[in-house]
Write a new protein. Structure first.
Length: 226
């Protein structure tokens, strides 16, 4: 996990929770550094009125209507994304060499790892090293460095994306799939209604089918977060 100044596997769900170990620091950064109103915008229950806004927003590309700094901001965003991608490529090269996973996939153009392809490399008898820096954390330093380079996320977009995904999962038959919440301006994943006593069978054919059907609802970087 990152150590910036501003800032478990569940039975039957090793892949999702191990991915969360990788992805959680990204949201942890937002929790530590985000600016919010301090109020919750979702109860976290399975259904509810929040479903009315369950749609994935379009990629942010608004111009600076105030007329100042728009070009500079765009240039800064491009620089941040490029640095993030380059750092992820350093991690990927480490995974291919030091970790011995020669087919470890390139990151997406967004810079986020392609967990759909990574999942195909996972050793079912292993401990999920493919998600968290290789065996004995041989590439953990490169992984942390890549996490620290991720551009700041739009928490409202992340929330709406996870909300759309949660609604889709319920529509696809996973009735207990919990909504995400928005706490202090930061999006918190939903999914399992009771992590201490899991109710969702993530290894069942029905769950896997729903997850595949709803995969496109999640924005890059949210894979496995709920």
């Amino acid at each position: 996990m990152t150590t910036t100044s501003c800032g478990t596997p569940v039975s039957g769900a090793p892949r999702l929770r191990l991915v969360a170990l990788v992805a959680a620091p990204l949201l942890a950064l937002a929790v530590g550094c985000g600016s919010g109103s301090g109020s919750d915008s979702s109860s976290g229950d399975g259904g509810g009125k929040d479903d009315q806004v369950a749609s994935v927003p379009e990629a942010s590309g608004k111009k600076d209507e105030a007329g100042g700094g728009g070009a500079e901001k765009s240039a800064g965003d491009r620089t941040g994304k490029s640095a993030f991608f380059d750092a992820q490529m350093t991690y990927v090269r480490c995974m291919r060499t030091k970790a011995g996973l020669k087919d470890y996939p390139d990151p997406k153009l967004s810079g986020h790892l392609d967990f759909g392809k990574i999942e195909k490399l996972v050793d079912p008898n292993g401990g999920g090293e493919e998600y968290k820096g290789g065996k004995n954390g041989v590439c953990a330093e490169e992984l942390r460095a890549a996490m620290n380079k991720e551009p700041k996320r739009d928490q409202q977009q992340d929330y709406e994306s996870m909300l759309a995904h949660a609604k889709c999962m319920r529509d696809e038959g996973v009735s207990q799939f919990r909504n995400p919440t928005m706490t202090d301006g930061n999006a918190q994943p939903g999914g399992e209604p009771d992590p201490t006593s899991p109710k969702l069978d993530t290894e069942s054919p029905a769950y896997k089918q729903a997850r595949e059907a709803c995969a496109t609802k999640l924005l890059d970087g949210l894979d496995g977060m709920q």
